[in-house]
Design a protein around this ligand. Structure first.
Ligand code: MLT
Length: 262
């Protein structure tokens, strides 16, 4: 499937940034602009989001990863890349790593987890997908996710940020939102993959992330052979939006040794 993307900057290595659900590439905008001063940065709208196609159906994390492989091929990116994924983007990044390890130089798993959904979580996603389809609106997802995406203090102290995130969500097509909900519910447990990922990895998490909390990040970092854990103070689940400078700095640190070896 042909994805729409931003492809900005120039330089080695190439970053690919995968967004969370249901937000679209805009959630990486500040980080991408910062990194693009020194690197090529490719930021797609994953299928079902933004300007990319949103067919009806279940979007597995393998589908999302396969779309990214096709995007790299289409853009002539044959060198291994540094792949960063936030939350659902992290699930897709792990699916990519499982099948296309040779195309990776480094990995950043941001506010995400390796484990599968519990049966109850998968059931809640299915109910939400049905609500989205029945109402033909992303409203039920905004109602369910927006109150927990940001650090608790943001809802009183940063109303403009809350509105920005609401706008990012409200632009997403219902079929795409339902497809991702069902795909996330069906994703496999990637914990067994982690010890095999012998590449520089950043595990990044907001201190106040309530969806994928810091102890999940710690577990992933412990299981990975070459990982560094960065906890961003005062940020919630959307570190790239809530703390873009700290997120960019952590990504730059991830690639410093890679760049030095080039
Ligand atoms: C996301 O931010 O991508 C979602 O919160 C992931 C999820 O619901 O598991």
């Amino acid at each position: 499937m042909r994805l729409e993307c931003d492809d900005v900057g120039a330089g080695y290595p190439v970053f690919v940034l995968l967004h969370g659900f249901p937000l679209g590439r805009a959630m990486w905008a500040d980080v991408a602009a910062g990194l693009a001063r020194d690197f090529r940065v490719i930021v797609p709208d994953l299928r079902g989001h933004g300007q990319s196609p949103a067919p009806r159906g279940v979007y597995t994390m393998d589908d999302l990863a396969h779309d990214v492989v096709e995007l790299l091929d289409e853009r002539g990116v044959t060198v291994p890349v540094v792949l960063a994924g936030l939350s659902m983007g992290g699930y897709a990044a792990l699916a990519f790593a499982a099948r296309h390890r040779a195309r990776l130089l480094g990995l950043a798993l941001c506010d995400t987890r390796a484990g599968a959904d519990t049966a109850q979580a998968a059931q809640s996603r299915e109910s939400l997908a049905v609500e989205v389809e029945t109402s033909n609106s992303v409203g039920p997802v905004i109602e369910s996710f927006l109150p927990k995406l940001l650090a608790p203090s943001a809802y009183e102290e940063k109303p403009a940020l809350v509105e920005t995130v609401r706008r990012m969500m409200s632009g997403q097509p219902p079929a795409g939102v339902a497809g991702c909900l069902r795909g996330m519910a069906a994703r496999p447990d990637r914990a067994p993959l982690l010890p095999t990922l012998d590449l520089p990895t950043l595990v990044l998490v907001g201190e106040a992330d309530r969806i994928t909390p810091p102890d999940e990040a710690q577990h992933m970092a412990d299981a990975l052979p070459d990982a560094r854990l960065v906890v961003i103070p005062s940020a919630g689940h959307l570190t790239s939006v809530e703390a873009p400078e700290a997120t960019e700095a952590a990504l730059r640190e991830l690639v410093a040794p890679i760049k030095a070896r080039a």
